[in-house]
Each structure stands twice: as structure tokens, then as C-alpha cells.
Write a protein that binds this ligand. Structure first.
Ligand SMILES: CC(C)(COP(=O)([O-])OP(=O)([O-])OC[C@H]1O[C@@H](n2cnc3c(N)ncnc32)[C@H](O)[C@@H]1OP(=O)([O-])[O-])[C@@H](O)C(=O)NCCC(=O)NCCSC(=O)C[C@@](C)(O)CC(=O)[O-]
Length: 361
């Protein structure tokens, strides 16, 4: 059965590529179930790329309306069923600075209750839910809300490549933020928690202009030497192009191994997918993204959303990578959250998948 289905799709794939063939065969419903067969048949054979879903945190933090906690938690629950292995649920920053994070404790508690203890669903427990923390106060809050390091496996710390952005975002110099990181790493190490490091404005800063790649490379090396397991390069205002992204990766990879570098692309100038594609060609295998491309940074005027997760799944699968993510479920979730928040659904790939599905009904 499986082989005949696969041979049917093999024919289609000659013209449009495997992943598209299985997804977008003449009957999209059939295509979707064939996609699952294809994924099962090729599991472990395609190189894995790791997507870090940031919509509940990065996506929501910039929204001016106060998003009810139940929408945040339902989004996390829905995302957890799509195959994503890392979902950043919330940030333990000051709600005076980012009012949307008024309910970090409740969101974290929901994650633990639903996905670690009571569900008994082992697949959910494979998901990592890292909390964003700016300092040791944030880490302490995260530890308390997650019920300890048994549940909190990873935290993400953030600093910036420009002094002005650092001051605006976290109210301190880069040097001071590294002192905060030192404290965070000390406490995290004592609990066996791994620390991821974000570097904002890695390509351009809204206040200081283009960021010299060498400056980012040095900072990235410092973060790794201090104990971060990975450094995520944030194109916070989405000004990066294929050219500047490639230059950045070239410089950073001279100091940090490629497997410890992630790209956090924003799509402000419509370059997010192209930049991720380039980075993947250059050997990056971890990408941050946000469902439906929602999001931005409250301290960077005009920074629109992250690159859409749906668009990345579409293009990376077509490049032959295994994202582990079900694009159809993702698109349905994107559609749901857009409706729940009364905003347009921002992923083109997601919209196309949904329209194919509605045609097939
Ligand atoms: C960093 C702080 C907290 C410094 O804020 P501050 O006011 O300079 O902090 P402070 O250390 O002077 O303390 C002042 C008060 O804040 C409290 N405080 C201190 N720390 C915390 C904490 N963790 N949680 C809650 N409260 C905290 C502290 O307890 C004290 O309370 P008070 O005595 O006045 O009642 C503040 O500037 C802040 O929260 N900034 C938020 C920045 C933010 O969330 N930005 C968006 C996320 S980063 C991002 O989106 C970029 C990224 C990662 O996605 C990558 C990219 O795209 O570039």
C-alpha cells in the first residue's frame, strides 16, 4: 500500500519536488495524508532542521491589545500538536516594560500542568519549552513558575550588538548585560539548565545603523565561551538580505561552530525566507520563527513579525530537510489564532495550504 502510494507521488515529484508533490497532489486531502506517509517513509533519512517557535513570546509581546491568557495557552497547546520540538511560551521580563507578559507565571504553569505532568502524552514531553529571561530575577521567576529545573530545561537570555539598542531594550549596557548573563549561567548551571543566547540587532540597529559583522562575531564567541550552548543571531528589524546574512554567518562561523549558531529572522523587508534559505545553504540548521509571522520587538519601531514558521516549513522541506512539522496542522493553527485575535493571517504558505484544502473539500 505504502509503496504504491509513494510511487504515485514519485511521478508527481519529478516536476514539482517531493514535499510539494505529496502535499499538493490534485486532491489536497489525499496529498496531506500522503505527506504523512512520505514523512514516515523518509524519517531519519533526511537531514533534520530545528525550528524554534516563538509566536507565544516574540509573536505576542508586540501586540497592543492585552491578549487573554487562555488564547496564549490554547495557542501553545495547538502548536504542541504540530510536530514542533521547541516552543518559547513566555518571557520573565518586567511587565512594566512589556505589559503583554503580565501572565508569564500562569502561562508557564499551564505548560507544566498540561505538557509535563497530567497529560501523560509522551510526545508532548519531547517538546522543550524554553523561557526568555533577561537577568537572574527572570530565571528565579521562571524556576518558581515551572516548578523547578525538572521542568525548566532551557532558558534564553538576550543581549544586543549595539549599545543603544541594549539600553532601550534592557536598560543597561552590553557589558552590564554580560554580567547578568554570568549570574544567569551560574544559577542555571547549578540546576542543570541550559542557556541559549540571543543577540539582537545582529545585522542592523534602528538607532545605530548597520552592525559590523565582526562585532557580532566577537559577542557570539563571548556568549559561547561564557556557557551558552547556542547563539541565535537576531535580525531584529528584518533589514538583512541574502548578502548581509551570508556575511554575518561567514564572520560568526569563524569564531563559533555552525552547529551552535541559529538564525532569528524577521520579515520586515520581505527577506526572511530568502535569508533563511541562504543560511541553510551555508550550514545553519536552527531557525527561529513565528506562526503566521506574528510579532516584532517593542523596542524597535517598525520591526514587523518574525519570518512565518509555515513559510519556513514549506521551503525547508522542499530543500530536502526534515522539519518534523505538519504544515497543514500549522496552517490551521495560524488561521485559528488570526481569527481569535481578529488579525489577518500573515503566512502566504499557510494561506495557500488552506485554500488548497478548501478546494479539495
Ligand atoms: C531587563 C529589565 C527587567 C530591566 O529593568 P530595570 O527597570 O532596569 O530593572 P532593575 O534591575 O533596575 O529593577 C527595577 C525593577 O524591575 C524589577 N525586575 C528586574 N528584573 C525583573 C524581571 N526579570 N522580571 C520582573 N521584574 C524585574 C526589579 O525587581 C525592580 O522592581 P521594583 O523594585 O521597582 O519593584 C527590563 O528592562 C525589561 O524587562 N525589559 C524588557 C525587554 C524585553 O522584554 N524586550 C523584548 C524581548 S527581546 C526581543 O524580543 C529580541 C529577540 C530575543 O526576540 C531577538 C531579536 O529579534 O532581536
Amino acid at each position: 500500500m505504502t509503496s504504491s502510494v509513494l510511487s504515485f507521488e514519485r511521478v508527481l515529484s519529478r516536476s514539482v519536488g517531493w514535499s510539494r508533490a505529496v502535499r499538493y497532489s490534485p486532491t489536497a486531502k489525499k496529498g496531506a495524508s500522503l505527506a504523512r506517509l512520505y514523512n514516515a517513509a523518509t524519517m531519519g533519512k533526511r537531514e533534520r532542521v530545528h525550528l524554534v517557535e516563538t509566536s507565544p513570546r516574540d509573536g505576542f509581546q508586540n501586540e497592543s491589545i492585552r491578549i487573554p491568557t487562555h488564547i496564549k495557552t490554547e495557542l501553545i497547546d495547538r502548536l504542541s500538536r504540530t510536530g514542533l520540538s521547541t516552543i518559547e511560551p513566555t518571557a520573565f521580563v518586567s511587565p512594566k516594560w512589556v505589559p503583554q507578559m503580565f501572565d508569564s507565571e500562569q502561562v508557564a504553569r499551564h505548560v507544566v500542568e498540561t505538557h509535563y505532568q497530567t497529560s501523560g502524552n509522551s510526545s508532548d514531553q519531547k517538546i522543550n519549552f524554553p523561557a526568555l529571561v533577561p537577568n537572574v530575577t527572570g530565571l528565579e521567576r521562571a524556576l518558581a513558575s515551572y516548578g523547578g529545573s525538572e521542568n525548566l530545561k532551557t532558558v534564553s537570555f538576550f543581549t544586543a550588538a549595539s549599545e543603544t539598542f541594549s539600553k532601550r531594550n534592557i536598560n543597561c549596557s552590553i557589558e552590564r548585560s554580560l554580567e547578568n548573563l554570568k549570574q544567569v549561567i551560574e544559577l542555571a548551571n547549578s540546576h542543570n539548565i541550559q542557556v541559549r543566547g540571543y543577540i539582537s540587532v545582529a545585522i542592523a540597529c534602528p538607532f545605530e545603523g548597520a552592525t559590523p559583522p565582526e562585532q557580532v562575531a566577537q559577542l557570539a564567541e563571548t556568549l559561547i565561551k561564557m556557557g551558552c550552548f547556542e547563539v541565535s543571531l537576531g535580525d531584529t528589524i528584518g533589514m538583512g538580505t541574502v548578502k548581509t546574512t551570508a556575511k554575518l554567518i561567514e564572520k560568526v562561523s569563524q569564531r563559533v561552530p555552525l552547529n551552535q549558531i541559529a538564525l532569528h529572522a524577521h520579515d520586515t523587508y520581505g527577506q526572511g525566507v530568502a535569508n533563511v534559505t541562504k543560511a541553510a545553504e551555508l550550514g545553519i540548521r536552527t531557525f527561529d520563527s513565528s506562526l503566521g509571522g506574528i510579532g516584532g520587538c517593542p523596542y524597535s519601531k517598525g520591526a514587523s513579525g518574525n519570518v512565518a514558521t509555515e513559510d519556513l516549513v514549506y521551503v525547508l522541506e522542499d530543500m530536502g530537510f526534515d522539519t518534523g512539522v505538519d504544515l497543514e496542522l500549522l496552517a490551521e493553527t495560524g488561521d485559528w489564532v488570526s481569527e481569535a485575535l481578529d488579525m489577518p493571517y500573515g503566512s502566504k504558505a499557510g494561506r495557500a495550504v488552506l485554500s488548497q484544502l478548501s478546494l479539495a473539500i
